[in-house]
Design a protein around this ligand. Structure first.
Ligand SMILES: C[S@@+](CC[C@H](N)C(=O)[O-])C[C@H]1O[C@@H](n2cnc3c(N)ncnc32)[C@H](O)[C@@H]1O
Length: 494
């Protein structure tokens, strides 16, 4: 490899500043004398401290100039460098120090976790009398929150790891600049896929260190969103935030009661869980949303949330006691719509009504979801039923509870027999063979006891294998709804 290098014939016995200048110029880099001297001083320091600190394995003068200094400066010729720029894992100062010498207007942060190297970097910065260069003597983690417009990194780690690491400090539109060798397609692909929503690949340029056979690749990702600390600050400004750390806090006590149907009925409020559902409810029913509930201040409300939203920041144990599904993601406190009453005298509207007597909130939620999916006209909750806004019901309903017409009716025993009912019970007529009336209601039984005797005579059933006693009540209702939707499609072309 070395024999191909154009400059390998330069005598190594007495390298001098002029030879460095010549190598730089042949590589297209023209430094004025004061900056050339800075680079020379840096080179001397590197040489002086290398035996003790093992700063670089490159010892040959020509190679040091080309593979370290020229290589470090080249990104500045291929793009406009963002400033302030964080050189992450700078080691002995590469590419940061040569870049700062070539582009003195840069504000630079040199991050290095190994303390001996940190001491070396501080000596360099002092000797070169650099303005606007700071040595950050710590390992960069996502908790590092100093705002920077760009990050540059050479020979540190894979791209995805770095992008993740700088999520605390890189500002919106900021650039992560990777100085890589030619074979980094897999890394680019992995990082592009993982950060698809937050970053875009803005540059991928192959080049050579001039007059050498050394191939390089400059890969740049641009951040599309804000870092967390900015999101937090904006959210603090926009929403009323409350920190809740005690179980005795009245707000928390009320929230805790929303884990059961009684509390929901009394307060007319509910908790929505699961990030997808929370975001859907927030965008579809902003007027119903009261508070965004998170663990501490991580995960602030999204920037376009309604302004009246409160932001409750719960201590981790308090949050976990509300996060019954263990999502770890924020919950949403919503007001529930007033549920209209229904009495038998009101009759039924044309189409399909579904009565719900289920005591298991998951069954309530999943039947509501099926009712919405198959186009039922309304759902009437009998007094036996669990609350449709119970956290388990809301989750099982996939949010459809908020979209479908729901009424509150009497108990199962109070339903008159002369309603146009299609009770669901094993042993009834085969549902595939009946003609569905224009106006009717499905009436499934309660889990366990099933239907009271008086309804069984008109029941319809879903034929099942004789070794299975019965279907789950919500499943049976879903299949009955499907049978009706198929019948309707066939007979009315809907
Ligand atoms: C292989 S060296 C490369 C140094 C230099 N960028 C170069 O091109 O010569 C990697 C350096 O990154 C430092 N480093 C690794 N992870 C780091 C982190 N998270 N924050 C700061 N420095 C880190 C290591 O201590 C090491 O000095």
């Amino acid at each position: 490899m070395r024999s191909k290098d154009h400059f390998s014939k330069i005598p190594e016995s007495q390298p001098a500043i002029a030879q460095m200048d010549a190598l730089l110029r042949k590589s297209g880099i023209h430094l004025p004398s004061d900056r050339l001297e800075q680079l020379w001083t840096y080179h001397q320091l590197l040489r002086q401290h290398n035996p003790e600190l093992n700063l670089t394995r490159i010892h040959n003068f020509t190679n040091m100039v080309l593979k370290l200094y020229v290589d470090s400066i080249l990104p500045g010729r291929l793009m406009d460098l963002p400033s302030p720029l964080l050189d992450l894992g700078t080691g002995p100062g590469m590419p940061g120090i040569p870049l700062k010498i070539a582009y003195p207007q840069l504000t630079l942060l040199l991050a290095e976790s190994r303390q001996k190297r940190v001491a070396f970097l501080k000596t360099v910065v002092e000797k070169l009398n650099f303005p606007d260069v700071e040595v950050v003597g710590e390992g960069i983690t996502p908790h590092f929150e100093r705002p920077v417009a760009g990050v540059i990194t050479r020979a540190v780690e894979d791209m995805a790891a770095t992008i993740d690491r700088v999520r605390g400090c890189l500002m919106k539109d900021g650039l992560v600049i990777f100085m890589k060798g030619p074979h980094c397609d897999e890394e680019i692909q992995a990082a592009s896929e993982r950060f698809m929503k937050e970053y875009r690949l803005s540059k991928d340029q192959s080049y050579n260190i001039p007059n050498t056979s050394h191939e390089r690749r400059l890969v740049v990702f641009q951040r599309l969103g804000e870092p967390l600390f900015v999101k937090k600050a904006k959210a603090m400004e926009r929403y009323i935030s409350r920190i809740i750390e005690s179980e005795q806090n009245p707000l928390f006590k009320d929230l805790k009661k929303l884990l059961g149907s009684r509390g929901i009925r009394k307060q007319k409020k509910a908790l929505v869980a699961g990030s997808k559902q929370v975001l859907e409810v927030l965008s579809q029913f902003p007027e119903l949303c009261e508070a965004w509930i998170g663990s501490g201040e991580k995960d602030p409300p999204p920037p376009d949330s309604p302004e009246h939203l409160n932001w409750y920041q719960l201590s981790s144990p308090l949050f976990q006691s509300l996060d019954v599904f263990g999502t770890g993601k924020p919950l949403l406190l919503i007001r529930i719509k007033t549920v209209e009453k229904w009495a038998p005298d009101d009759g039924l509207p044309e189409g399909c009504t579904v009565f719900i007597p289920f005591q298991d909130p998951e069954n309530v939620g999943s039947v509501i979801r099926s009712a919405a999916a198959f186009g039922a006209d309304q759902v009437i909750l009998l007094s036996e039923s669990a609350h449709p806004y119970h956290p388990k019901a809301l989750r099982a309903s996939g949010g459809t509870v908020l979209g479908i017409r729901i009424l509150e009716g009497p108990s199962l025993a109070e339903l008159p027999e002369d309603l146009p009912l299609l009770p669901l019970s094993a042993g009834g007529r085969d549902i595939a063979e009946i003609a569905f009336p224009d106006t009717f209601a499905f009436l499934p039984g309660i889990e366990g006891p099933g239907l009271p005797e008086q309804f069984k005579k008109n029941a319809v059933s879903i034929p099942i294998d004789s070794r299975v006693e019965s279907l789950n009540a919500a499943t049976a209702t879903a299949i009955a709804l499907y049978a009706w939707s198929q019948y309707r499609r066939k007979h009315s072309g809907v």
